[in-house]
Design a protein around this ligand. Structure first.
Ligand code: MG
Length: 164
């Protein structure tokens, strides 16, 4: 149970996750979290380096699917902006359901999918329960998140190993 809170790999940002690393782990598709993974909650559009990294991953042959607990409108408009075709909204991470949908969309097995996100108790736990490779990144924007997220970050601490 506790082992489901430890990610399989820790990176600073999504842009540090390389095609080589994914290939070494026999990964063919990537599940992406939105908030604080692809975009800081304090900015309207994603960083250019992150957009370029998504294109690099696609060109390297990886399928991409956004899986978010956000509502349809927010997820759809964000995916249009970043030009990602597959997405799952209202995913209820850490429940398995959203990962199952994503695997179906990408026509991949869950052990062929890496899930990248910034939260231990939603993204890592969800990925591990679903049988995906769990990659934890540092939240893009820290602070100004309010009391409950600050508390959650504190509770996450014991499960976070040094980032690559
Ligand atoms: Mg997030």
């Amino acid at each position: 149970m506790l082992k489901n809170f430890y990610a399989d790999a820790y990176f600073n940002r999504i842009t540090d996750v390389t095609a080589e690393f994914l290939n070494e782990n026999k990964i063919k598709g990537i599940i992406l979290d939105i908030d604080n993974t692809l975009i800081g909650h304090d900015v309207p559009i994603p960083d250019e380096t992150i957009l370029l990294h998504l294109r690099y991953l696609e060109n390297a042959g990886f399928k991409l699917c956004v899986v978010s607990n956000n509502r349809y409108e927010r997820v759809k408009s964000f995916c249009n902006k970043i030009d990602v075709k597959y997405f799952v909204y209202d995913a209820l991470k850490p429940r398995k359901m959203g990962y199952d949908f994503a695997a179906k969309e990408m026509q991949l097995q869950k052990n062929e999918i890496a899930a990248i996100g910034d939260q231990v108790f939603t993204d890592v736990w969800g990925a591990k329960r679903a049988g995906c490779l769990a990659i934890l990144t540092k939240p893009l924007h820290k602070g100004g998140e309010g009391f409950f997220i600050a508390l959650k970050r504190l509770l996450e601490k014991p499960f976070i190993k040094p980032y690559k």
